[in-house]
Ligand binder design. Structure first.
Ligand code: IPM
Ligand code: MG
Length: 375
């Protein structure tokens, strides 16, 4: 059988980014060694690493490389070293620019509390057990990108403005995707807004209702973001798919991460809905995949980071961009089995057992994966 070939651009980034990405990449290479698939890797500096090497967080030619790949695997960007660089070349500006350049309007952040980690959450086990929700965050609009966004001098002193603007098209395509995703799950969509105060939220709610009419089998509920933030910690199992604008999603997804025990556990996918443009590719959909956690400069270079978020992001890539569901499931089972064995990185302490390092955890996952793939 001829191998399907997929081109992946790897952007390891800063801090622990390169360490966790190394584990994800090894895991994908193990898949390639036992299945008729081939991954062709390229790599570019991103974020602070690119500022150091090239003076900008992402070179144009590397952004082009990303657009021409079948998918992108990203570590994390930023760190105290680049805190004082000009705002337009900050590592974060590179990330926002790349999201926009690639048209990645939908950010999928699944929060699943694994049975093996129920006790690792700082929340009570009876609250978090069974949590399985999917945050679908709008990623290329809203207050992150609205103009004007600036600070100015006025006769009354300094003043600053940010602008929250959404078009109908931006809202509709995101909510549509949320409804599509709910079909493969428990068929419930929670639309999060602040419609009691904000005009953009009132439009959001109107459009959510319109989209819901086209999906009569899916339940839609509206939730105000403030009370939703509370219910997310009190009754997280109430939620299935949650759709929301950019900044609400930024905030609620970090909050929801607490449920899973550690930010280090969580993967994400950012999608544009477009097919890859590389000629002859068998990939079904372009995407950028990254763990939710940041660059964690305090533990960088110490082999301490949890590689689960990155490895699970690789699994999302296999499923969503390459249509390799079986292989994605195999990775997820291998992570599960490793955690069930009581093997954990330092962010998930287990009383009476020593944490393992990033590379050791990755090796254990691949040992399980090798068995799953071999059988
Ligand atoms: C995230 C991050 C980014 C965001 C930062 C690094 C720009 O917090 O992916 O959630 O705010 O979107
Ligand atoms: Mg964030």
């Amino acid at each position: 059988m001829t191998a399907q070939t997929f081109h992946i651009l790897c952007l390891p980034g800063d801090g622990v980014g390169p360490e966790v990405i190394h584990e994800a990449r090894q895991t994908l290479d193990l898949i390639a060694s036992s299945r008729p698939v081939e991954f062709v890797w390229s790599e570019a500096a991103f974020g602070g690493a690119a500022i150091d090497a090239h003076g900008v967080p992402l070179r144009d030619e590397d952004a082009d490389l990303a657009a021409n790949s079948d998918s992108v695997l990203l570590g994390a960007v930023g760190g105290p070293k680049w805190e004082n660089v000009a705002p337009e070349i900050r590592p974060e500006a590179g990330l926002l620019g790349l999201r926009q350049r690639l048209g990645l309007f939908a950010n999928l952040r699944p929060i699943k509390v694994l049975e093996a980690l129920v006790d690792a959450s700082p929340m009570k086990a009876e609250i978090v057990r069974g949590t399985d929700l999917l945050i679908v965050r709008e990623l290329t609009g809203g207050i992150y990108f609205g103009k004007p966004s600036e600070q100015m001098e006025t006769s009354e002193g300094r003043s600053a403005v940010d602008t929250l603007v959404y078009s109908e098209i931006e809202i509709q395509r995101l909510i549509d995707l949320g409804f599509e995703l709910a079909k493969g799950r428990r068929n419930k969509v929670t639309s999060v807004d602040k419609a009691n105060v904000m005009a953009s939220s009132r439009l959001w709610r109107t459009i959510a209702n319109e989209v819901a009419e086209r999906h009569p089998d899916t339940q839609l509920e509206h939730a105000l973001v403030d009370s939703c933030a509370m219910r997310l910690l009190l009754r997280p199992t109430d939620y299935d798919v949650m759709v929301m604008e950019n900044m609400f999603g930024d905030i609620l997804s970090d909050e929801a991460a607490v449920l899973a025990g550690s930010l280090g556990m969580l993967p994400s996918a950012s999608l544009s809905g477009r097919k890859p443009i590389r000629e002859g590719t068998s990939a079904v959909q372009f995407g950028m995949y990254e763990p939710i956690h940041g660059s964690a400069p305090d533990i960088a270079g110490q082999n301490k980071a949890n590689p689960c978020g990155a490895i699970l992001s690789a699994a999302m890539m296999l499923r969503i961009s390459f249509g390799l569901d079986g292989e994605a499931n195999a990775i997820e089972s291998a992570i599960n089995a490793t955690l069930e064995d009581g093997i954990r990185t330092a962010d998930l302490p287990l009383p009476g057992s020593q944490p393992v390092g990033t590379t050791e955890f990755g090796d254990k996952v691949r040992a399980h994966l090798g068995r799953v793939l071999g059988s």
